[in-house]
Ligand binder design. Structure first.
Ligand SMILES: Cc1cc2nc3c(=O)[nH]c(=O)nc-3n(C[C@H](O)[C@H](O)[C@H](O)COP(=O)(O)OP(=O)(O)OC[C@H]3O[C@@H](n4cnc5c(N)ncnc54)[C@H](O)[C@@H]3O)c2cc1C
Length: 487
């Protein structure tokens, strides 16, 4: 087959309209495929990219916020090419992290006093060097087999009480990057498989937010390509073998009873959804290596707590309020003691790292929380979460903090179409092998080809967790089909 000849006959269904699904569909359509349908469970496109305007006419990102890295990052290039990056330096806020800490980040203790800027700077700088070692694959032999938390405890030398508290905060922030409950559950050595494209790490988007980047891809899709409110229930992928269909080997059936026959299906649902539903979704069931990958890779929860105040109560030279605890959840002893039982639920709020002023919302703060504490928080009423956060802000800062007039709290862990936030590699898991097994198309090599293909951030060996990783996997699977049909 040459060029796009015959491609109009090929039926492809894409499950999910996050960056992976939309990138796959756009790539196929561009190559001349005329029969592409995207089935999306939600009533909106974008998946873990969710740009919204709940407080003012300015956008907020409930999911992904930044484009991470520049060089070789196709989403950065796309955003740049279409003039979608923010040019206003005041909006270019990064999350407060050990790598990016500045004098505008205020670190408070429980008694309302501040940790000195010098201690914060020193601890963050040493912490960053240690995590860089892990990410750059420069760990000493004895550290390679450890958890990330274990390695950091062993390598970090700190004698002052304040320094220890800031160190615990650094580990809590690192949990947000890893989307894990605790660094004592994450592999130290495997961190090096994750690659950050060069250039600034926190690239902020312009007024249209992440949705504007997605729109660039969506505009290439013919009307009707995406069907929302179409949750896929089952994927039967051996119909030709069973003799049930002469024409198409795959049948996709939705919860609403609609079914679609196709030559290929590209599954882009999150790893969380696969963990929840892979057992019942695929007929015949998935091969064992794929099931192992779904089980072994980690999929953690990161949530955002947006608090909107009628007036700003923090000084002009403050852009984030961080909280350090005498006994924080990432202290090794505290973590070990809380591994058993449910007592940690009583102090779920200790996992909140702090509150950052939100870009373009001068009176709004965003709190970050991860792991089992985030999942627990999701079960609470908004009002309880809001009051807890305001109480924390009052206790830690000692400032006159008014009540928050509006809130927006993400619940990614309990979202049945996502079931978490992003992927991590747990301790003692071979991330490379498992990402590859997750990405492998079905049936396995040697039998009928390419009925089911897999994309989505979790299927990328190096760029998992990110939007650009998701995008690249969508393009990868589309290219796989393009090559197959041009042979
Ligand atoms: C709080 C948070 C902050 C983040 N911050 C960043 C960031 O700053 N930068 C960054 O690069 N990344 C960030 N990420 C990660 C990034 O959002 C994801 O890696 C990326 O968006 C994943 O895209 P995807 O297409 O792989 O999956 P998804 O976006 O999850 O898309 C899968 C789609 O499948 C749909 N679906 C699920 N089940 C079914 C079904 N049965 N039938 C039909 N459709 C179904 C879902 O509704 C969803 O739309 C963040 C994520 C979260 C949650």
């Amino acid at each position: 087959m040459s060029d796009s000849e015959g491609l109009e006959e090929v039926k492809v269904v894409v499950v999910g309209s996050g960056f992976a699904g939309v990138a796959a569909a756009a790539t196929l359509v561009k190559a001349g495929f005329q029969n592409v349908l995207v089935l999306e469970a939600k009533d909106r496109v974008g998946g873990r990219v969710h740009t919204t305007k709940p407080f003012t006419d300015k956008v907020l990102e409930v999911g992904a916020n930044w484009i991470h890295g520049q060089k070789g990052n196709p989403l950065f290039q796309l955003a740049k090419q279409h003039n979608l990056l923010s040019k206003d330096p005041s909006t270019s806020k990064s999350m407060c992290s050990p790598h990016s800490v500045t004098s505008k980040d205020f670190f408070f203790k429980e008694d309302g006093t501040q940790v000195s800027k010098k201690v914060v700077e020193q601890v963050c700088s040493r912490f960053s060097k240690l995590t860089d070692k892990a990410f750059d694959d420069e760990l000493a032999r004895k550290h390679r087999k450890m958890t990330l938390g274990g390695y950091l405890d062993d390598a970090f030398e700190e004698s002052t009480e304040d320094g220890q508290m800031v160190f615990e905060w650094c580990k809590r922030i690192e949990c947000t990057d890893e989307a894990c409950s605790s660094l004592y559950e994450v592999s130290a050595a495997q961190s090096s498989e994750y690659i950050e494209p060069e250039g600034g790490f926190f690239n902020t988007l312009g007024l249209g937010g992440y949705r504007a980047v997605l729109d660039v891809l969506l505009k290439d899709l013919p009307t009707g390509t995406i069907q929302c409110n179409a949750e896929v229930k089952t994927i039967q992928w051996d119909l030709i073998k069973e003799g049930e269909s002469e024409e198409h080997p795959v049948r996709i059936t939705c919860q609403n009873g609609q079914s679609y026959d196709a030559d290929h299906v590209i599954v882009t649902v999150s790893l969380g959804v696969l963990k929840d539903k892979a057992d019942t979704m695929f007929k015949p069931s998935l091969p064992q290596p794929k099931l192992n990958a779904i089980k072994n890779l980690g999929f953690g929860t990161v949530d955002k707590i947006f608090l909107y105040f009628e007036e700003k109560f923090w000084p002009d030279d403050c852009s984030t309020i961080q909280m350090v605890w005498e006994e924080g959840p990432e202290d090794e002893d505290v973590y070990k003691a809380s591994s058993k039982g449910d007592d940690w639920k009583e102090t779920w709020y200790k996992k909140i790292t702090g509150f950052d002023v939100v870009a373009r919302h001068p009176t709004a703060l965003c709190g970050w929380i991860t792991g089992r504490e985030a999942l627990h928080m999701e079960t609470l009423e908004d009002s309880e979460i809001r009051e807890t956060c305001v109480r924390l802000l009052r206790t830690f800062t000692g400032w006159s903090v008014p009540g928050a007039s509006k809130t927006l709290i993400s619940r990614w862990g309990h979202d049945s179409h996502v079931r978490g936030s992003y992927t991590y590699v747990p301790h003692r898991v071979d991330g490379v092998e498992e990402h590859k097994a997750l990405a492998a198309p079905l049936p396995p090599k040697g039998s009928e080809p390419l009925q089911v293909l897999f994309a989505g951030e979790a299927t990328h060996v190096n760029f998992y967790t990110t939007t650009h990783g998701a995008y690249m996997t969508g393009v990868r699977e589309a290219q796989r089909l393009i090559s197959y049909h041009s042979d």
